[in-house]
Design a protein around this ligand. Structure first.
Ligand SMILES: Cc1cc2nc3c(=O)[nH]c(=O)nc-3n(C[C@H](O)[C@H](O)[C@H](O)COP(=O)(O)OP(=O)(O)OC[C@H]3O[C@@H](n4cnc5c(N)ncnc54)[C@H](O)[C@@H]3O)c2cc1C
Ligand code: FES
Length: 280
């Protein structure tokens, strides 16, 4: 059992948990993730390490409520215990020399933030490009602002309710064309990553994508997270989650992510109707 030692609510649907996990805290790196099983009958779901402290023995992850498991987790409070937390899993993000654009869309901002923070901490120049469908869905603005200067934050919303109206590729292209960035990291919905990749490719700018297929074990055994990269099958949990974005088969990833939409919807509905079919 893993104790929640602190719970922070950033907005209606976004939370951060600090968990007592001294061994994990000793080994975590930016870009790696952990698998959580909320209770004995829960599914295993992946979250990226948002922060960790080896001396104090804790790790943190930030999550957005979108389905059954994240709804259940959001009901946990400090002092409660999570059944299992496994990690660190996956490969750390490789942070080569250069001036970086870190692009996050939607819940991808929770994954982008620790990467941006680590790049800043290791002396890189970083621009954050933060995208959301609408203002209320923009995550972690305050956290990004706390690590970057004002003119290095670029916000877009699809409906124009905040920041620039449009999508992340507009500021991405401006920054690359002006020579302000020469490396890109992106994470978010598949169409966003695909178009961010095409934009970077236009300027021969290297781009990494953190892929988010459905994962089950997170250790390379089940094959659920397989993705096509450069015509080869890779397992995102052990070979990634970061890959050269120019080599990713986006159509395959999109189809695999959507494979269980019906069941996910049914599961959330059943959970909500029972108001906690699976007590914590
Ligand atoms: C490596 C990795 C790191 C991630 N880091 C974060 C993070 O830091 N913060 C965050 O909010 N989210 C993160 N996610 C996404 C997160 O795992 C899903 O939001 C979560 O699993 C949703 O579960 P649910 O039961 O609430 O929703 P469901 O209704 O079950 O699913 C909603 C959608 O979430 C995704 N999803 C569902 N189950 C899984 C699964 N087992 N593995 C992967 N994706 C799944 C699918 O796209 C699905 O369509 C990450 C995903 C991956 C692969
Ligand atoms: S999640 Fe099972 S092989 Fe990657």
């Amino acid at each position: 059992m893993f104790k929640i030692i602190d719970k922070t609510q950033f907005s209606e649907k976004v939370f951060k948990f600090r968990i007592e996990a001294p061994e994990m805290a000793k080994h975590a790196h930016a870009g790696q993730f952990l698998m959580v099983r909320a209770n004995e009958c829960g599914e295993r779901v992946p979250f990226t390490f948002a922060d960790w402290n080896a001396e104090e023995g804790w790790i943190e992850f930030i999550f957005m409520v979108i389905g059954k498991t994240t709804t259940l987790l959001s009901s946990y409070e400090a002092g409660d215990c999570i059944q299992d937390v496994t990690g660190p899993l996956g490969c750390p993000t490789e942070m080569g020399e250069g001036k970086w654009a870190v692009i996050g869309g939607g819940v991808g901002l929770a994954i982008a933030f620790p990467v941006a923070r680590q790049l800043v901490a290791t002396g890189h120049e970083v621009h954050a490009i933060m995208g959301a469908r609408t203002k209320d869905l923009l995550l972690l603005e305050e956290q990004f602002r706390s690590i970057l200067p004002e003119d290095h934050i670029h916000i877009t919303t699809d409906d124009g309710s905040y920041g620039e109206k449009g999508v992340v590729t507009a500021p991405e292209e401006r920054l690359i064309a002006a020579g302000d960035v020469d490396h890109v990291f992106c994470v978010g919905p598949v169409p966003m990553m695909k178009f961010a990749t095409l934009t970077a490719q236009k300027y021969d700018t290297p781009i990494i994508a953190s892929l988010n297929p459905i994962m089950v074990d997170g250790t390379g055994m089940c094959g659920c997270c397989r993705v096509q990269v450069d015509g080869k099958t890779k397992f995102a949990c052990v070979d990634g989650p970061d890959f050269d974005a120019t080599k990713v088969d986006w159509n395959d990833l999109r189809a695999r992510q959507a494979a269980y939409r019906t069941e996910e919807g049914q599961s959330l509905k059943a959970y909500e109707e029972a108001n906690c079919a699976c007590q914590k």
